[in-house]
Design a protein around this ligand. Structure first.
Ligand SMILES: N[C@@H](CCC(=O)N[C@@H](CS)C(=O)NCC(=O)O)C(=O)O
Length: 148
């Protein structure tokens, strides 16, 4: 695969972008990385992701794929024979992986909001208390032998 055939539009501080970078690295897929200025998005990003206008966007030849989870699925299905499968094979094991994917999606978004609204955290807002409690339970669950 030519490096220029796979391009990733990203932003250095985006956890959603890192998901895609790690998947590409796990699969050993070469890609060109394009850093976006989110306050002045490139015309390509706006063309490739006209609905959300967000990173990450993966461009593979003529195809542009948006939304990190959709991109992960595209990578898994396109490069099936490459080194590593991103998802386990058993249906239960896959459901566990999907649970944590969804948890990441919801909580990373909550944390982004939390960082933007520091006052909410400072004031011990009930939403941030609930988020912290969920993150603690997730940490405990991930540390349990069942997940290793
Ligand atoms: N649901 C999207 C979230 C992507 C997202 O929120 N990207 C942020 C960077 S972390 C972005 O591009 N923000 C620019 C904007 O909102 O205008 C995904 O999973 O890819």
């Amino acid at each position: 695969m030519e490096k220029s055939q796979v391009r990733l539009h990203g932003f250095w501080a985006s956890a959603f972008v890192y998901r895609v970078i790690w998947a590409l690295k796990l699969k050993g897929i070469e890609y060109e990385y394009i850093e976006e200025d989110l306050s002045n998005k490139s015309p390509s990003l706006l063309e490739y992701n006209p609905v959300y206008e967000k990173v990450p966007v993966l461009v593979h030849g003529e195809n542009a794929v948006a939304e990190s989870v959709v991109i992960l699925q595209y990578i898994e299905e396109t490069w099936l024979d490459h080194r590593t499968a991103l998802l386990p094979t058993g249906p239960y094991e896959r459901s566990v992986a999907h649970f944590w994917l969804d948890f990441g999606r919801q909580k990373v978004a909550s944390m982004d909001l939390g960082f933007q609204a520091r006052a909410v955290i400072k004031d011990n807002h009930p939403d941030s208390k609930a988020l912290l409690a969920q993150l603690k339970r997730a940490k405990k669950r991930l540390a349990s032998p069942k997940n290793n």
